[in-house]
Design a protein around this ligand. Structure first.
Ligand SMILES: Cc1ncc(COP(=O)(O)O)c(C=O)c1O
Length: 459
């Protein structure tokens, strides 16, 4: 008798083997592009092959072509490691395969998102009446937040941007800091505001935006101010109270990029860094970072549900969108989409408030030890010590070419195969970022990684 679900059983086996091996496998991909093309470019053939064989061959063909990003010693790009509850729920998301646009196409998924949204606002200490959407990542979260801001600021000037577009609208300005993530400018492009609308202001030495500089440059254009909660190199948090004063006086919409740092609200020890943050107008963060979800989840929240909804909502004659229930299509840019609330719900339930707080505190403690341990090695400069869970270091060259030396040492560390850090530019200098976000990382990993860096400096 044929086994209709043999492919699923094969996939489970491969998944468990992969996860079990994360601690010991080489982190970087080792297969060359030629090898991967040769293995994967099979003749499609007119006739298909059994599903289980597809999965088995796929697992064999990608061998050496996957990056061990879930490894407890992987520290690049600031990503978490996939909590077991979240991965399992992610599998079920595909199995249940719900149309997660409106309530009636999947009541359970709509209610799950409603509940998970309220939990998120609780742990992130955001206003319980804030609107929210589950999007693909922080990039899309910015897009939604800035679309809501565009709606509100132009509506205040008597302009209906959804109907009339931007051609005869007052020109908008986006004020932000020199350390702002590139995804904000990309959202401005998508929304037709253009990158010329962005006024970039200097940051203080600790990475905080100089709000006095912003105040001096305000004119009467409708304006958005983009702040950071946990800047991605320094971990800096902007001064939200100061921004709030400015926003009240000048009618600004203040948006917070909290891709990394918004989660600090879960920690008793660090939540003071978020003081005043709940007074802002919108917030964006990622699920694949500190919440340790698989990719495909970002979160956006706004203090202006009406503007948010008007910027996003849509109806079609084949929808039966009832009243008094949540329709996800009212809040995000997609029409058809997967039920991405499921892994969020599962991850939050598996952690609970205390589990999330412990995860946050542990990552901060490890990042501090890691930067301190690396910083004690000869030939290392700590550029910024972690405020929360990330710092940056730089490697010093005898001939003064520290940028070259930094790239060289990063490459040696990467070639070790047992740990992985990435480089970045910070204020015109090459640095190595040291973020810790993975739930799998242990104290032993941290100490082992310091030794790898020591060897890389010596070789
Ligand atoms: C501070 C910051 N904002 C925004 C983004 C974009 O997020 P995503 O890649 O999830 O779209 C990132 C990405 O790492 C980030 O670090």
């Amino acid at each position: 008798m044929s086994d209709e679900y043999a492919a699923l059983r094969c996939a489970l086996g491969h998944a468990l083997t992969y996860l079990d091996g994360l601690d010991t496998r080489q982190i970087p991909a080792t297969a060359s592009v030629e090898e991967l093309r040769k293995r994967l470019s099979k003749d499609l053939g007119n006739d298909g092959i059994p599903a289980a064989r597809v999965i088995d061959e796929l697992a064999a063909d990608v061998e050496g072509g996957l990056f061990g990003t879930g490894s407890p010693r992987f520290f690049a790009w600031a990503i978490g490691g996939g909590l077991p509850a979240a991965i399992a729920a992610d599998w079920l998301t595909s199995v249940w395969d719900q149309v997660s646009s409106i309530y009636s196409s999947s009541p359970a998924l709509a209610v799950m998102e409603e509940v998970a949204g309220a939990w998120l606002k609780d742990v992130l200490r955001l206003p319980q009446d804030a609107s929210f959407a589950f999007v693909t990542g922080c990039q899309s979260a910015h897009l939604v937040a800035l679309a809501a801001a565009r709606h509100k600021l132009l509506e205040d000037r008597g302009h209906d941007v959804e109907a009339r577009g931007l051609s005869d609208a007052p020109r908008m300005t986006i004020h932000t800091g020199e350390l702002c993530h590139e995804s904000v400018a990309r959202a401005a492009r998508f929304l037709g505001l253009g990158t010329d609308a962005i006024k970039t202001h200097p940051c203080h030495g600790d990475g905080r935006l100089d709000l006095d500089h912003v105040a001096r440059s305000l004119d009467d254009s409708p304006a958005i101010l983009v702040l950071q909660a946990g800047e991605f190199r320094t971990g800096a948090f902007d001064d939200f109270h100061h921004a709030h004063e400015l926003a009240k006086a000048e009618n600004l919409w203040v948006h917070v990029d909290g891709a990394l740092g918004l989660w600090i609200a879960a920690s008793e020890k660090y939540q003071h860094l978020m003081d005043g943050c709940s007074l802002m107008d919108s917030w964006a963060t990622d699920g694949h970072k500190w919440l340790n979800l698989p990719f495909d989840t970002g979160f956006v929240f706004t203090a202006h549900p009406q503007a948010h909804k008007q910027a996003m909502t849509v109806r079609a004659s084949y929808f039966t969108a009832g009243e008094g229930v949540r329709h996800q299509v009212d809040w995000g840019p997609e029409w058809s989409r997967r039920g991405r609330g499921l892994p969020v719900y599962a991850a939050l339930r598996s952690l609970g408030r205390h589990g999330l707080a412990q995860l946050v505190d542990r990552c901060c403690e490890y990042a501090q030890r890691l930067v301190e341990g690396i910083g004690e090695l000869e030939g290392v400069e700590i550029v910024t010590a972690p405020v929360i869970n990330q710092g940056i270091v730089r490697f010093i060259a005898a001939d003064g070419d520290d940028d070259r030396r930094t790239n060289e040492v990063i490459e040696r560390i990467q070639n070790s195969g047992v740990t992985w850090f990435g480089g970045a530019d910070y204020k015109g200098r090459r640095v190595m970022r040291v973020p810790v976000l993975n739930w799998r990382t242990t104290q032993d990993d941290i100490e082992a990684v310091i030794e790898v860096v020591r060897s890389a400096l010596q070789s």
